[in-house]
Ligand binder design. Sequence first.
Ligand SMILES: [Zn+2]
Length: 341
Amino acid sequence: MISLGIAFALSNILVDDAYLDMIEASDLKRIVSFLASDELKGRNTPSPGLDMAADFIAAEFKRFGVKPGNGDSYFQLAEWTRGKKADQKEMGATVRNVIGIIPGSDPILAKQYVVVSGHYDHLGEQKLTDINANADRIYNGANDDGSGTAGVVEIARALAGEKPKRTIILVTWFGEEKGLVGSTYYVNHPIFPLKDTIANINLEQIGRTDDLEGPRVNAGSLTGFNFSSIGTTFAAVGKKMGTEISGHPTSSASFFGRSDNVSFARFGIPAHTLCTAFEYPDYHKVSDHFEKLDYENMAKIVKVSAATLLEIANAAGKPTWNKDEPGAARYIAAAEKLAGG
Ligand SMILES: [Zn+2]
């Protein structure tokens, strides 16, 4: 199909494409239940459980035929330097972003990059006093952000056999819960030029439909929905697939800076986070367990994300910031700086 270059003219997606059938609720459940298992002890950055998660994600990328994103490795290594005084033993540990790519097929556009991401770390274990020594101490982080991580892995599975025009980068970050550390490390040490990185879709908390404001079924919310053209594209793809993707009157703006998308936005790259519920009952509690996620609903959200990603990767033009949106002003300025410098 031909791109008409207008907002609602979806140029490339065929939403009944077979690749979407590879995104399965049962497989998402398999991935989340491993990441959120007690064995991984809450995936603190840094910790052996975090390392186990990284090895698992890389093995999945390899199994699905996604190519290593850093030379012949799926890992971008960083030295952990954020340890507090109480955690001196953490200093100097090696931590890893996990990166895979699906190479672009167009001779020119292949040197442009679309990033899909999620953070695979969580909060680790809480310290217990004697009085509650037998209580659950593990922050399993099933929805936050085992769900987004599983989404990235499942998108890898679905798109590995596709031939997008632009190169698709699949990343899972360390250290989000410690202050967006993994994504910040990446944009300060980019493997692919930021100048040629045209979009980031970050997946966070996509498994829970029991939003504190009421059920969010068959619907996703995008942070900074009005900030860039990606909001319109996402909503149009969702509409075609029967899933509502929209903004939230207040949370879309207030949560824009609260996940890894903002690391890209700070460099002027249109970047957003998709979630189902901004706030849910077990947020940052030891009770964020895998049984509480709605995997059928999550599969729909991941399908819309995969189709939108492919739409952006294949479109004639790049996503753009919205000049009429005051909240986007600083990112437009960053984009101009990136293009000029
Ligand atoms: Zn999170």
